[in-house]
Design a protein around this ligand. Structure first.
Ligand code: GZL
Length: 327
């Protein structure tokens, strides 16, 4: 009996020691694993919880990160959240668990990021906000690299003002509700729009062709013949809107359109006369973001915000430029 008790006691002690070891396995300290200040791209594990694949812009953005990672030798952990914030958050948590070096976050919407950004910060993993912005306090992330969406909206309004100098009624096909891109573009557009131009309606098309088409169909039915112009937050929704306009028997120019992105699809719409101005929004952010991520790994100072230099494209140059467009 005594032997059995002794064995049981020793077995319990053994289990306690083993379990203590498994949970308390010595975590490699930063000093042991860090390559700083001489890290190279081949040392980097970079997490990119992409928001979705909703548009040609997004496809180009994904390609920029995947192709650049391959060129540089970066180990990329990529995922597609299918435009759902909860999927992006769980992908980030998985990357935090894996102990990646840097996270790039292209946020589908601007709110609701504080908890997971705090978790990344507490884990010592810097986050670069990519493309759209977030409302979270800037102390929770390392930097933002992307477009000035408010300026894009202002540029769109400046073009609409020129297209409708005598004023008129317009509709707006906005991007994903709550996204920094849609919020910024809408605000900037309204800041610069002339008072003689009235926005009679605005609906989201969620940045997709499939959702943009029925929105324009409904506008054409509701405001039959009254619409002079349309501000459309991206080229994919413009493609859908033009499909609806063609089905309704409209001709190019019947409704003047200002779109955003400057994709090949947008350029073709300008060549065909349907779109009169396309505000550039550049998706090719991979190289800049990886450079910044490496600087962070090496403990170098970085800019807290980097805004992309962008322009506006027009039909008279579209055919010449189309062959050289990278997205
Ligand atoms: C803007 C980007 C937007 C594009 C859309 O920077 O987030 O999302 O304008 C894309 O085409 O879907």
């Amino acid at each position: 009996m005594f032997r059995l008790k002794t064995f049981a006691f020793l077995a319990v002690i053994a289990v306690l020691i083993l379990s203590a070891c498994s949970t308390a396995a010595p975590q490699e300290t930063a000093e042991e694993t860090s390559c700083a200040p001489n890290c190279e791209f081949t040392d980097m594990v970079f997490c990119y919880p992409q928001l979705g694949a909703e548009s040609d812009w997004r496809t180009a953005n994904t390609a920029s990160f995947k192709e650049t990672a391959g060129d540089l030798g970066v180990r990329l952990i990529f995922s597609d959240a299918q435009q759902k914030q909860e999927n992006q958050i769980s992908a980030m948590r998985s990357c935090i668990q894996q102990g990646v070096d840097v996270i790039g976050l292209p946020p589908v919407v601007e709110d609701g990021w504080e908890p997971v950004l705090t978790e990344a910060k507490e884990a010592g993993i810097p986050v670069i906000i990519v493309d759209r912005s977030v409302t979270a306090d800037s102390s929770l992330y390392a930097s933002h690299i992307g477009s000035d969406m408010f300026l894009e909206g202002q540029r769109a309004a400046d073009e609409m003002n020129k297209l409708l100098p005598d004023g008129g009624k317009i509709v707006e096909l906005s991007g994903t509700t709550g996204s920094g891109a849609a919020v910024g573009r809408a605000e900037g557009f309204r800041a610069n729009l002339n008072d003689n131009i009235e926005i009679v309606d605005s609906q989201t098309g969620n940045f997709t062709t499939a959702e943009g088409k029925p929105v324009m169909e409904a506008f054409l039915k509701k405001y039959e013949g009254e619409i002079d112009g349309a501000f459309i937050h991206n080229d994919n929704m413009a493609i859908g809107a033009v499909e609806a306009m063609k089905s309704a028997g409209l001709e190019p120019g019947d409704i003047v359109i200002v779109s955003v992105d400057g994709t090949r699809g947008g350029f073709q719409l300008m060549i065909d006369g349907w779109v009169q101005a396309d505000v550039e929004c550049n998706p090719l952010l991979g190289p800049q973001v990886y450079d910044m991520a490496l600087a962070l790994m090496n403990g170098q100072d970085i800019d807290r915000e980097v805004l992309t230099d962008e322009t506006v494209y027009f039909p008279n140059e579209a055919a010449d430029l189309l062959p050289s467009r990278k997205y």
